[in-house]
Structure formats: structure tokens, C-alpha cells
Design a protein around this ligand. Structure first.
Ligand SMILES: [Fe+2]
Length: 612
């Protein structure tokens, strides 16, 4: 039994990408949020002042009440890597050192002082290694008593991937792959070359891959990558530019793949789709080999935990679950660097303070990832009145019935309810919803609501007890991190004529009885919805099923292209008014677009967000 004051541990990740803060109370995950949601700068890498403030506010404490503060990586080790890379590649490396060096000197080496000053914290700041933080975030909140742990990302200090094991309340790293051999950076090189933004466009490559053919796989293995049986590899640095310049690929890469990188925003061609498919196939192969090696080295452990940016590759995760050696997987929903804040805090609790860990089988400790700010009906109403919005307040059951029937009429509904999600996916707290049965929904959402490329797929939220009725998967996927095929009996086969359609034109051919969430290869990125973690969202989908027979809705993140997911009622309102969304739910309030008075923004927001 706990006595006396609670032990509050604050974890921070910052200064690289996607800064975040996480607060533990006696080892329990109490609050966590990414800085971008507050500053409205996507992937904000600055010190997470707002996220920290939020965590402390949620707990009703000040910095003095904190027992420990942890930082998710070791800046000196990272600096050492940058310095050695520079020395090793001089004078070619000079450009990137000149740009990156002074920034590192200024911001990162003096991090200890800046963390203390920003926080108003007098105690020591504890540092974990980058991949240790990832590994901790993968294992500690998982439902497993023991598990193998795989972390894969771009780079931390030196490591780019690690294999480890977790038992009870500790983790051990068994092996590491080191910079500059990095699967994350290989994927990012293709992201860059196909004209998307590194660190956020990787998702688009994964989404584009099913439209392409694996034409370049052999070339990648022959020229770019020496892949070994155990999943480790060496990248041929002749083709990459991240050591020496500020772009990912260089002239040799261009020559190998027949031309310069695609200009951002220019038309996508079959070549980009083939490149995407090829690098996706190679990535899956590497992950499968790493997992197989880890399975053996762990002595045949049954479960695998994953984190690191590459763990967001839900297509690879789905394949790992279907074909890999492990019986079960658990993936940290904030698998990127934001999750490091959670990892380091948990390392302090379990390793330094020897805090016990009591995993519950089948139930993780992430609380559905609903770890961010929520707003009371009073707060929402005050905002709506100040804005002069037209709204109705409904009783819970009435609201659920009404919204379900609006969805069934093909209306697009913004759904803002409860605590904001931690991690990159919207999971029914800050989501835009639609009817998956509608053949028009995918194009409508992409073009009229999200203002983005038409090929971008949408994901289904499905009642947890209905998942096998719709998809070829028999387990929970609460964080939308597993891809699985739509059941065969729900698919609509393509005619020969349709099969001959070029790449993206295939998009307009309905592939199943839930076409809006069925990818061109019949796959879907699944979120299972559970009453324990999100009862309102669960009951909404249950009601939609009662009205339509379909226990699935389209769930896309509540934002427009290039913008972070909304955090506050004000962000949600602005996004609602900017787009062709039909209805907005803010807690117990329902707003109809057609009932709102004329609304005009002072500045052209599209300019702000266009460069995604
Ligand atoms: Fe990372």
C-alpha cells in the first residue's frame, strides 16, 4: 500500500523531433502529451514547455513536487556521433557540420541547464540512452510479464536498432545496430527521393506501396544494402547524403534510380509507387529477419514488444504478426521519439526506484493512449458562446443515436470527446468520422476535409468483438498499428479491365462492402474499440451497427493536412469551420455546419500548412 506523498516522475523528450512530456504517479501513467498539439507546429522539437505545464496542471502539482526528472537520450553521446561523423567524412561532411554543429553546441550540450531552467527544477536530470527509452516504452506498459523487445528508428545516439528482452520490472539490451546503418534512414531516403517530407511523409510511402510493383527490390539489395541473414546490414554510403549533406540522397542515388528526386507537390507517377513498394518490401524483409534472430536469442520468448519510429510501419507489423515467430505483439502507440518521454520515466520508476510491475494479461497500461487534456462541458460552452456558435446540448444516448444516424446518412462528423490521444494516431478522442460503406467517402474526406492526396487511405474503427467479422485478424489492435486483410467474403474481386487500370485509378474501384477503409490490396489499418478505454466511442459504433448492421466507422485524425491533430475545442472549431465537415461533436454539444453564421479567418491558413 502506498503511504505518504505520491512519487511523481516526469519524463521529457525534446530537441530532435516530436517533443513530449509524460508524468507518472507511483509508476502509473498519469498524463502524456506531445508539444506540437499545444504550439500547433507539427513535430515541434523545442523544449516541451506546454506539454510539461499540462502534465503538472493535470496532476495539480508544481515542479517542486516532482521526485525525479528524466530525459530520453544522452546528448553528449549524440554529439560525439555527430563530431565523429564530421571528422570521418571531412571535408565532405563540412556542410552538414557547419549547419548542425553550432545548433548542437548551443541547444543540446547545454541541455542540462536549459532543462532545469525551463522547468524550474533544482534536482538532477537523469539521462537514459535513446533506444533504452524506446525499449522501456515498448515493454513496461505492455501486458506481458516477459517479452523480446525490438526497437528500430532513424538514429538515437549511435544505435539505429536494438534487440533486447524484458522480464518483470527490468529490460536488457542484447545487441545493437549502429549508425550509419539505419533502416529508418533508408526508408527516409526513399521518402525524400519520392518527394515527401522526411520524418512525416514515411506514412505516405507505406500508403503508396500497394499501388506499385516491387521493381527495384533487386537493385536495392545489389547496390544500396548488404543484408545479412540475421537482419543486420551495411548501407552503401556512396548513395546516401545524410552523413555529408543536408539531403538524404545524392547524385549517385539519382543516377541509380534514373533521375532527380520528385519535386514535392508534382504529379505522382508509377515510378514513385514502384519505389515505395520496393522499399516497403525490403523493410519488411529486414524486420522479419531481425525478429527471427531476436526470437532465437531470447530463447524462444512468445511475445514481442516494438517501438521506435519504424514500429509505426503497421504493414510490416501486420506481416510480423501473421508470419513471424512470435505468438503476440505489443506496439507502443507513441512509438516515435515522443514515446521516449514515457520510456525514460518508466525506467526511473522500475530500474532506479525498483518499482514493481504487475502486468495484467490482455490489458496494457496505456489507458487506451487517452493521456492528454480534456475539457469540461462548461469550458466548451463558454468557448462556443464567445464564438457565437450555434449548438445543441444533447443527453448522452440521444447524442449517440443522432450522430450514428448522421453517419448513416453519409455525413462527415468531427468527434471531439474526452482526453486527447498520446502518439501520432487519432483513436476516437480527436477524430473525424464517416460511413465506411460509402464508395464516395474516401475521395470526399481526402479532398474536401483533409485537403490532401486522393490515394491516402483511411482506417476503420471496429468494435473489438466484431473485428473477426470484418477482417482476417483475431485480436485487439487498439492503437491502429496493425494492418490486416478485409475478410475474403466481403471483398469485391476486380475485373480484368479494372486490373489493367494504372496505379491510382484503381482507387476508384470499390474493393469490399466497406470500400472507404479497404486498401487497393484489400488490407486495412485496424483500430479495435474497447468499452473499457473509450465507452462513448464504443457505444457510438455499437449504435451505428444497430442502425446499419455495420460495426465499423471510418476514423481519420481531426486535423487538416500539415496541421497537428487538434487539442482544444478552439482548434476543433477552427478545423470544422475551415473544411466541409458537416457536423461537429464537442463533448455533449452538437454543431451543424449549415446552422453556423458566416465565418472568416484573418489569414490564409492554407499557406501555413501547405508544405506537408
Ligand atoms: Fe528514436
Amino acid at each position: 500500500m502506498q503511504t505518504g506523498k505520491p512519487v511523481w516522475i516526469l519524463g521529457i523528450s525534446a530537441f530532435y523531433h516530436d517533443s513530449a512530456a509524460c508524468l507518472l504517479r507511483d509508476g502509473e501513467i498519469f498524463a502524456a502529451a506531445q508539444e506540437e498539439r499545444f504550439t500547433r507546429k507539427k513535430g515541434d522539437a523545442g523544449f516541451p514547455t506546454h506539454a510539461v505545464e499540462y502534465c503538472l496542471r493535470e496532476a495539480g502539482i508544481g515542479p517542486d513536487d516532482l521526485s525525479h526528472v528524466g530525459f530520453y537520450d544522452k546528448p553528449l553521446l549524440k554529439f560525439e556521433r555527430i563530431l565523429e561523423t564530421y571528422l570521418g567524412t571531412a571535408p565532405r561532411g563540412f556542410t552538414s557540420f557547419l549547419k548542425a554543429g553550432p545548433l548542437w553546441m548551443k541547444e543540446k550540450l547545454f541541455q542540462d541547464r536549459s532543462i532545469k531552467e525551463s522547468l524550474g527544477w533544482d534536482g538532477p536530470v537523469l539521462y537514459a540512452e535513446h533506444h533504452e527509452s524506446h525499449a522501456a516504452s515498448a515493454f513496461f506498459p505492455s501486458p506481458f510479464r516477459e517479452a523480446a523487445i525490438l526497437t528500430v528508428d532513424g538514429v538515437g545516439e549511435w544505435a539505429t536498432a536494438t534487440m533486447g528482452v524484458g522480464r518483470d520490472n527490468d529490460i536488457e539490451i542484447l545487441d545493437e545496430l549502429h549508425w550509419p546503418d539505419s533502416l529508418g534512414l533508408l526508408y527516409s531516403a526513399f521518402t525524400y527521393y519520392t518527394g515527401f517530407k522526411v520524418n512525416s511523409g514515411e506514412y505516405k510511402i507505406m500508403g503508396l506501396a500497394p499501388y506499385g510493383e516491387p521493381k527495384y527490390v533487386d537493385l536495392i539489395y545489389r547496390e544500396l544494402l548488404d543484408l545479412r541473414e540475421d537482419g543486420s546490414f551495411t548501407l552503401n554510403q556512396k548513395y546516401f547524403n545524410y552523413l555529408t549533406g543536408l539531403t538524404m540522397t545524392g547524385p549517385a542515388f539519382d543516377e541509380l534510380f534514373g533521375g532527380p528526386p520528385r519535386k514535392p507537390e508534382s504529379r505522382l507517377t508509377q515510378k514513385e509507387m514502384d519505389l515505395a513498394r520496393s522499399v516497403q518490401d525490403v523493410t519488411e524483409e529486414i524486420i522479419m529477419r531481425m525478429a527471427t534472430t531476436l526470437f532465437e536469442r531470447s530463447g524462444g520468448m512468445k511475445n514481442l514488444c516494438l517501438a521506435g519510429g519504424v514500429a509505426l510501419n503497421c504493414v510490416a507489423n501486420g506481416r510480423l504478426l501473421r508470419e513471424g515467430p512470435f505468438e503476440d505483439l505489443w506496439i507502443q502507440p507513441a512509438a516515435g521519439d515522443a514515446g521516449g518521454a514515457l520510456g525514460v520515466a518508466q525506467l526511473i520508476w522500475h530500474r532506479k526506484l525498483n518499482g514493481a510491475r504487475e502486468p495484467e494479461p490482455g490489458r496494457d497500461a496505456m489507458k487506451g493512449a487517452y493521456l492528454g487534456p480534456s475539457f469540461t462541458p462548461e469550458q466548451i460552452e463558454t468557448f462556443l458562446d464567445a464564438e457565437g456558435a450555434s449548438y445543441r446540448r444533447l443527453e448522452r444516448d440521444d447524442l449517440i443515436r443522432t450522430v450514428a444516424s448522421l453517419l448513416a446518412e453519409e455525413k462527415v462528423v468531427g468527434w471531439f470527446d474526452g482526453r486527447m490521444e498520446f502518439g501520432p494516431r487519432a483513436l476516437g478522442a480527436r477524430s473525424i468520422l464517416g460511413d465506411p460503406r460509402s464508395p464516395r467517402m474516401q475521395a470526399q474526406l481526402n479532398i474536401k476535409i483533409k485537403f490532401r492526396e486522393g490515394f491516402r487511405p483511411f482506417a476503420p474503427s471496429v468494435l473489438h468483438d466484431r473485428v473477426s467479422d470484418w477482417f482476417e485478424i483475431d485480436r485487439a489492435s487498439p492503437y491502429m498499428l496493425l494492418v490486416a486483410p478485409v475478410r475474403e467474403d466481403r471483398r469485391i474481386p476486380m475485373s480484368d479491365e479494372q486490373r489493367r487500370l494504372w496505379g491510382i485509378d484503381k482507387l476508384n474501384v470499390p474493393r469490399s462492402d466497406i470500400p472507404a477503409v479497404t486498401h487497393v490490396d484489400y488490407s486495412a489499418r485496424i483500430q479495435t474499440v474497447h468499452p473499457e478505454t473509450n465507452p462513448n466511442y464504443h457505444d457510438l459504433i455499437r449504435e451505428f451497427e444497430r442502425q446499419t448492421g455495420c460495426g465499423v466507422v471510418v476514423n481519420t485524425s481531426f486535423n487538416v493536412r500539415g496541421e497537428p491533430i487538434v487539442c482544444t475545442p478552439e482548434d476543433a472549431w477552427r478545423c470544422f469551420m475551415r473544411t466541409d465537415m458537416d457536423y461537429l461533436v464537442l463533448g455533449p454539444f452538437l454543431l451543424e455546419k449549415d446552422a453556423q453564421k458566416e465565418w472568416k479567418e484573418a489569414t490564409d491558413w492554407r499557406l501555413e500548412f501547405q508544405l506537408d
